[in-house]
Each structure stands twice: as C-alpha cells, then as structure tokens.
Design a protein around this ligand. Structure first.
Ligand code: CS2
Length: 494
C-alpha cells in the first residue's frame, strides 16, 4: 500500500498522481449556488455535474457553498470542512469494477446551527444565483391530510417567533429573500432536487404559505422575482459503509472520512426556468425541457415506488439489501407485475420514452450487487415517501375503478413491517419521523387491520375507498397467515 495521505486541498497535487482530481484552480471559483443538504445524493449528482462543468476554464462563477442545516449534519459538515469541501466519488459498475475521482465543486461549507446569520447572508449575496435543495421528501412540511403547509410543526412555530435564528429551510429562505428585496438585489432560483412530483411547484407553494404568515409583504416580490423549476433527479446513492471507506484507503492510500458511493446511471431533467441565470449543465449531460412532469411521474412511480416495494417486502422476508430482494424471483416478478398492471396504465403518454426499456433497466439497476443499497435506507421515512411514490398511482387507479390489489398488498406489508419484526422475528431498524405513531397503529391493526389506514397525514382518504380497504384487509390476513413469499407467488400467477 502506498503511504496514506489525508484528502484536502494541500495534498491535492499528490492525490492527483493516484486518482483523477479537479484540474481547475479551486481558489478562483466563486460561489454561485448555495446548496442545502450535503448528503450522499447531492454529492453524487448536482455537485458532480457542476464539478464536470468547472473543468471548462471559462466557467468560474458556479462553485457551490454546501450548507448543513440540521444538528444531525454536524458530522458531515466537520468532515467536509476538514477536507476543504473535497470528497471522493466511487462509481460502482454492474461488473464489479469501479471508478474513483475527487470532486471539487463544493468550494465552501457552512453549518447553519452554528451561525444562522452567515447562512442567510450567503443566500442573500449578489453572486448567488441559485439556492438548491436536497432536504428529503419530509422536509417540505406538507400534510397529505390537509393538503397544506403544516403550521403545527414546532420548528415552523420556532421560525415564526425567531426569524433571525431559524431552524427550517423556510425560515432561512424567507429571511434571505427579504434581504435581497430590501437591498434592491435581483431574485434567484430556488431549485428542489428532491423526489417529489412537481418539486418546484411544491417548493413554491410551501414557501409562499410560510411567507404569507412570516413576511406578508414579501409574497408579491417572490412571485415576481424568484423561479422554482421542477426537476427529475436520479442516481441510486446508498449510504457509505465502513468497508467502502477502508477499501478506498487500502487501494489508493487516500484517507477520505466520508466518500460517496453510487451507481453508474445518472439523470437530471430540469425545467429551463432560472430567474437569475444558470450553469450550462446541459454540456455535462443534464436535460433541459419545457415540461418535466411526465419524467417525474415516471421516475417516482416506477423507480422510487419500486424501491419501496422491494424494501418493504424484502425487509419482512429478512433481506438486508435491495439486490437480495431483486434476486428473489418471486419478489422481482411481483415488482414487474405491479409496474405493468398498476403503474403503467396511469402514466399517460410519455413521448419519446420507451417504458418497457425503462422498466427493464430499473430491474438491472436495482440488482447491481456492487451497490448493496441498504433496505434500511429505502424503508427509512416511508411515511413521507408513501404519499409521493405510491399513493398517486392508487388514487389514479381508484378513479378509473382499476386494480389496486398489488399496492394494497404492499401497504399491508408496510403495516406489518411497522410492528418492528421480520418474518423470522428479527428486529427491524425503523427510521421514521412518525415511527411511534406508526408502531401504535400497527399494533392496533393486529385486531383490526384497516386501523393503519386511519393515518390521514399519510393515506389521505384512502380509508374511505372500499376497493382498497377490502384488498388491503385480505392482503394483511394473508401475509400474517402465509408469509410474504407465498402470497406474492399467488398474486403473480393471477
Ligand atoms: C430511494 C431514492 O430513498 C428512496 O427511497 O428510492 O433515494 C432513490 O435511490 C433515488 O431517488 C434514485 O434516484
């Protein structure tokens, strides 16, 4: 093994003799983007596209300032700060090989809980043209039951009372936009990179709901000066494991405390609506289109829902990773069946996309044995994912009196999963903001299965749809009596 070098700016020239590194002068790059949420996905996606772009010597204005918003992000912030924003991206191919490179587009980092004003000032600074977000599906503070912004969230109440020391993205962005307005600056683009149908529309609606109450005079200015492009983002990025970190050091001698691992596939389809200009990301593979809605719908209801199907069923059977679930022919056949019978008919016209190929490619991507995407990661925050990934398909099917049997089966499996044990009785690690209430409802569902559907903030009015409730109840009893695998065999043959 070569001598071990710590990844940071000072050592970059030496590291570049081992693996590809940024060849642009990072000290000359100005910040044009403030990105909130510097987890794996951002670093495998937008930050990579931007890094590729910065290799064009004429591009110097689009560096990224990475913002860690939550106390939970302390570790990643400390590591990135120590490493001068540098990290390694390890792309794991299907054939077991991988490529490794250092990414340099995050040129500065801020930790919001430590210095909120600094973050607000950064977002308000004239050279910043885009505030982009990966704040997770749950981060938008949307309530499925009321179909509105959730003002009962204590963090939102906090932000309303302490505008100069906010805790949520809404508090930060509202104050930053207020400063921009007061200082006579231009608006900017708020760009969601989360898995939400109409993520730009959702961001705008939620932000305006908040601003109407927090800073009512600001709403008109936002409407006129800030754009919210919708986007479809895609790249499977599992959590980095200690083995990934050790392998990197072992094979390259580079000591990176938090590299990112991801699959080779990546896609970014964005509406070309940037009120203060944007990087030419199309030169490095992003697609700019007028209407991204069909792409989002396809991706969320096939890929993300597919993940949830594999994750929930796989967890109950006792698997740890998504490729193990795909490797079970009964489960992968079930997923195919679900995609063909319940999702495809409600997708509508997807001009220029071959859905058959898309679905086949998903199975290959899910089955990548090198990725080892954790079922725990996929099942985490299912209470925020279910309404976005699965419910729209169910509602569209119910509207046309179509099939909901397979989605009902997955829902029943989720209710059983929420009891916290797999079919062998091993404990499941459930990470969910609604964990306690999910568990409580799951326990009550042992007697009366449909109790789980009373969770209106997740299921909306699904409990009032007799077709769904009937299929769900039957599925629940079947799973309890016969186990997931026997049940899916039956469903696959019907
Ligand atoms: C996953 C996504 O979180 C999930 O449930 O489905 O993180 C998925 O891996 C990405 O959206 C892929 O683009």
């Amino acid at each position: 093994m070569e001598n071990i070098i710590k990844l940071n700016q000072k050592n970059l020239a030496e590291i570049a003799t081992r693996i590809p590194c940024p060849t642009y002068d990072r000290s000359k790059i100005k910040t044009g983007i403030v990105h909130v949420g510097i987890g794996g996905f951002h670093r495998a996606h937008e930050a990579l596209y931007t890094d590729q772009l910065l290799h064009d010597p004429s591009v110097t204005d689009w560096g990224i300032c990475g913002v860690a918003l939550l106390d939970f992000d302390t570790k990643i912030y400390n590591i990135l700060k120590e490493q001068d924003g540098l990290y390694t991206l390890i792309v794991k191919e299907l054939d077991g090989t991988h490529t490794t490179r250092v990414i340099g587009s995050i040129v500065e980092c801020l930790f919001a809980p430590e210095n909120p004003i600094k973050v607000i000032e950064k977002m308000a600074s004239p050279e910043v043209k885009i505030i982009s977000l990966t704040i997770t599906e749950g981060g938008y503070n949307y309530n499925e039951a009321t179909k509105a912004f959730d003002f009962s969230n204590p963090l939102i109440q906090h932000d309303l009372e302490h505008p100069q020391a906010p805790k949520t993205i809404f508090g930060y962005v509202a104050q930053a936009l207020k400063l921009r307005k007061e200082r006579g600056l231009k608006g900017c683009t708020i760009q969601s990179c989360d898995n939400i149908q109409g993520n730009g529309h959702m961001t705008k609606r939620m932000l305006l709901s908040y601003v109407k109450r927090a800073e009512p005079d600001l709403t008109g200015w936002i409407e006129a000066n800030v754009s919210f492009p919708n986007a479809m983002v895609d790249r499977i990025t599992p959590a980095t494991s200690p083995v990934d970190i050790a392998n990197l050091t072992e094979t390259t001698g580079i000591d990176d405390a938090w590299p990112v691992v991801c699959e080779p596939f990546k896609q970014w389809v964005v509406e070309d609506d940037f009120s203060a200009g944007r990087p030419a990301w199309e030169t490095v593979g992003a697609q700019f289109v007028d209407d991204v809605v069909p792409y989002e719908k396809m991706k969320l209801s096939l890929l993300n829902a597919g993940h949830s199907v594999l994750g929930i069923l796989g967890a109950l059977v006792g698997y740890d990773t998504i490729d193990e679930a795909v490797g079970n022919p009964n489960i992968s056949a079930f997923l195919n069946h679900y995609m063909d019978v319940e999702v495809t008919p409600v997708l509508g016209d997807l001009e220029g996309i071959n859905l058959k190929d898309y679905k086949q490619s998903l199975l290959k991507r899910f089955g990548n044995i090198n990725i080892k995407d954790q079922i725990d990661r996929i099942c985490s925050e299912s209470s925020a994912k279910f309404p976005i990934f699965i419910l729209p398909t169910v509602n569209a099917q119910l509207e046309k009196n179509g099939s909901v049997k397979l989605a009902a089966f997955v829902t029943a499996a989720w209710a059983i999963y929420s009891l916290g044990k797999d079919e062998q009785g091993n404990a499941l690690t459930i990470k969910d903001a609604m964990k306690d209430v999910l568990h409580e409802k799951a326990e009550a569902s042992i007697e009366r299965p449909q109790t789980f559907l009373d969770l209106e903030s997740i299921f909306g009015t699904l409990k009032d749809a007799p077709n769904f409730v009937e299929a769900y109840t039957e599925a629940y009893r079947n799973i309890v009596n016969r186990g997931v695998e026997e049940c899916v065999k039956d469903l696959n043959s019907n």
